[in-house]
Design a protein around this ligand. Structure first.
Ligand code: NAD
Ligand code: UGA
Length: 456
C-alpha cells in the first residue's frame, strides 16, 4: 500500500489530501501538523476551514484511508511520498524583509525529513515556493551521511478558496515538475498515476522542476495583474462616466482577453496574491532584472491605491467627516464562500475608517471569528454582529466589502428604513442593484460607475 504523508494541515494540505484519499482508497493518506488545535478540528464536526463541499469529502475518507495527526515523525518515517504544504509567508525580518518568501518552515520540514527517514522517499513541494527552491531543499535533504535518496518534485496547487473542492475535482491542469533523470522521471510517473485515478492524463502537465515552480508564481501574478488592470480602469471610469462593468464585458468578449478576473473591486486580498507577487519581485531583483521587478510591483501598488481610494471616497461623500458615525461593514472575508480573512482589503479599510473615528459594526456569514483576530487593537471599539439587519440599524452607511450572494437577497427597503439619513451604500464589489437602491432612497457609490446621489 502506498503511504502518503502531508506536512501542513491548512487550506491546501487539508482539502488536497482529502481529495486524494477520497479518489484513491488504496492509498493511506496521513496529514500532520504541529498545530494541535487544527488537527483536533479536522477530527471534529467543526473543520478548521470553511469550504463548500469539504465536510462531505473528509467524512467519506476519514478513518478509512485519511488520517489527521500531530505525530509528524511517525508519518514521515512510514511514508513513500511526502507532500510539504506548510505556509510560506512574506519574510518580515532581515534580507528581503517585506518581499522575499520566508522559507524557514519549509527548511525545518526538510531537516526533519532528513533526520527521520530510513527509506527512499519522494518529496513533493506543494507549497508555493521561489523558483530554484528545490535545489536548496535537495542540498539540505542530502547533506550529512544519511544514505537515503530523496527525489524532489514540484507540484504546485492552483485551487482557489471557496471553490477548492470543485477545483480539485476538476482542475484546469495539474502541474508536476521533476528532474530529467531516471529516478526523477520514475517519481514523476508515480505522482502522475495518482492524479490519473480521477483526471484525464492530458490535463496532467509534466515539466522540469524550475518551470513548475515558476509557473505557480506566474499564474498568481497574471491573475492579480488582471484585477489591478481593471481596477486602474475603474478609476478612469469614475472620472469619465464610463461604466467599468460595461467596459469589462466589452473587452472580455474578445476571446484573446477572456472574461474572467475582470471584476473591479476594492482590491484583491487573500494569503497569496500579494505575497507571491512580492516574491516574484524579489526574485527578479536578485537576478538584476529591475525593470521586470518594477513592472510586477506596480500590480501591488495599484491594489493599495484602490483600497485607499475607496476609503477616501467614503470620507468625501459623507461630508468629509465620519467621526462618531456608525458604519456597517458587510463582509470581512477576502472573497465570498470562505471564512478566510488573510490580507482581506476589509482589514485596511476598517483600520482607516476607525482612524477617522467611525463606529464600525462588522457582519459576515463566516468570518467574524477570524475578523476579531485580524483587528486585535480595535477589539472593544468595533462591534461584531451576525445579523446584517441589526448591523445596519441606525447606521449612516453600509460598506459592502465581500460579495456574499446573500447580501443581494436582503430587504433593502427594511434596511433603509432603519438607517440614519442620508443613508449611504458603498458597494466595494459592485454586487447590488444600484438603481433599485437609489430608488429606495440610498446614496449609492460603487466601483467604476456613476455616483447615484439625491443630494446633488
Ligand atoms: P496554512 O497556514 O493554512 O497551513 C500551513 C500549515 O502548516 C499550518 O497549519 C502550520 O501549522 C503548518 N506547519 C508549519 N510548519 C510546520 C512544520 N514544521 N511541521 C508541521 N506543520 C507545520 O497555509 P495554506 O493556505 O494551506 O498555504 C500553504 C502553501 O500553499 C503556501 O505556500 C501557499 O502559498 C500555498 N497555496 C495556498 C493556497 C490557498 O488557497 N490558501 C492555494 C494555493 C497554494
Ligand atoms: C488565488 C488563485 O485564484 C488560485 O489559483 C491560487 O491557487 C491561489 O490564489 C493561491 O495560490 O493561494 P484565491 O486567493 O483563493 O485564489 O482567490 P481568487 O478567486 O483568486 O481571488 C483573489 C482575490 O481577488 C479576492 O480578494 C477576490 O475578491 C479578488 N478578485 C478576483 C477581484 O477583485 N476581481 C476578480 O475579477 C477576481
Amino acid at each position: 500500500m502506498t503511504k502518503i504523508c502531508c506536512i501542513g494541515a491548512g487550506y491546501v494540505g487539508g482539502p488536497t489530501m482529502a481529495m486524494i484519499a477520497k479518489k484513491c482508497p488504496e492509498i493511506q493518506v496521513t496529514v500532520v501538523d504541529i498545530n494541535e488545535q487544527r488537527i483536533a478540528a479536522w477530527l471534529s464536526d467543526h473543520l478548521p476551514i470553511y469550504e463548500p463541499g469539504l465536510a462531505e469529502v473528509v467524512k467519506e475518507a476519514l478513518g478509512r484511508n485519511l488520517f489527521f495527526s500531530t505525530e509528524v515523525d511517525r508519518a514521515i518515517e512510514e511514508a513513500d511520498i511526502i507532500f510539504v504544504s506548510v505556509n510560506t509567508p512574506t519574510k518580515t525580518f532581515g534580507e528581503g524583509a517585506g518581499c522575499a518568501a520566508d522559507l524557514q518552515y519549509w527548511e525545518l520540514c526538510a531537516r526533519r525529513i532528513r533526520a527521520i527517514s530510513t527509506t527512499n522517499k519522494i518529496i513533493v513541494e506543494k507549497s508555493t515556493l521561489p523558483v530554484r527552491t528545490a535545489e536548496a531543499m535537495e542540498r539540505v535533504l542530502h547533506s550529512g551521511d544519511n544514505p537515503v535518496h530523496f527525489e524532489v518534485l514540484s507540484n504546485p496547487e492552483f485551487l482557489a478558496e471557496g471553490t477548492a473542492i470543485a477545483d480539485l475535482e476538476d482542475p484546469d491542469r495539474v502541474l508536476i515538475g521533476g528532474h530529467d533523470t531516471p529516478s526523477g522521471q520514475a517519481a514523476v510517473r508515480k505522482l502522475v498515476d495518482i492524479y490519473a485515478t480521477w483526471l484525464p492524463r492530458e490535463k496532467i502537465l509534466t515539466t522540469n522542476v524550475w518551470s513548475s515552480e515558476l509557473s505557480k508564481l506566474t499564474a498568481n501574478a497574471f491573475l492579480a495583474q488582471r484585477v489591478s488592470s481593471i481596477n486602474a480602469i475603474s478609476a478612469l471610469c469614475e472620472a469619465t462616466e464610463a461604466d467599468v462593468t460595461e467596459v469589462a464585458n466589452a473587452i472580455g468578449k474578445d476571446r484573446r482577453i477572456g472574461s474572467k478576473f475582470l471584476r473591479a473591486s476594492i482590491g484583491f486580498g487573500g494569503s497569496c496574491f500579494k505575497k507571491d507577487i512580492l516574491n516574484l519581485v524579489y526574485i527578479c531583483e536578485t537576478y538584476g532584472l529591475q525593470e521586470a521587478a518594477d513592472y510586477w510591483r506596480q500590480v501591488v501598488l495599484l491594489n493599495d491605491y484602490q483600497e485607499a481610494r475607496f476609503v477616501k471616497k467614503m470620507l468625501k461623500e459623507m461630508f468629509n467627516t465620519i467621526s462618531g458615525k456608525r458604519i456597517a461593514i458587510f463582509g470581512f472575508a477576502f472573497k465570498a464562500n470562505t471564512g478566510d480573512t488573510r490580507e482581506s482589503p476589509a482589514i485596511r479599510v476598517c483600520r482607516a475608517l476607525a482612524a477617522e473615528r467611525a463606529k464600525l459594526v462588522v457582519t459576515d456569514p463566516q468570518a467574524i471569528d477570524n475578523a476579531k483576530l485580524e483587528l486585535p487593537e480595535l477589539l472593544g471599539e468595533i462591534e461584531f454582529e451576525e445579523d446584517p439587519y441589526k448591523a445596519a440599524e441606525g447606521a449612516h452607511a453600509i460598506a459592502l466589502l465581500t460579495e456574499w450572494p446573500e447580501y443581494k437577497e436582503l430587504d433593502y427597503e427594511k434596511i433603509y428604513a432603519s438607517m440614519d439619513k442620508p443613508a449611504f451604500i458603498f458597494d466595494g464589489r459592485n454586487l447590488l442593484d444600484h438603481k433599485k437602491l437609489f430608488d429606495i432612497g440610498f446614496e449609492v457609490y460603487s466601483i467604476g460607475k456613476e455616483l447615484r446621489s439625491h443630494l446633488k
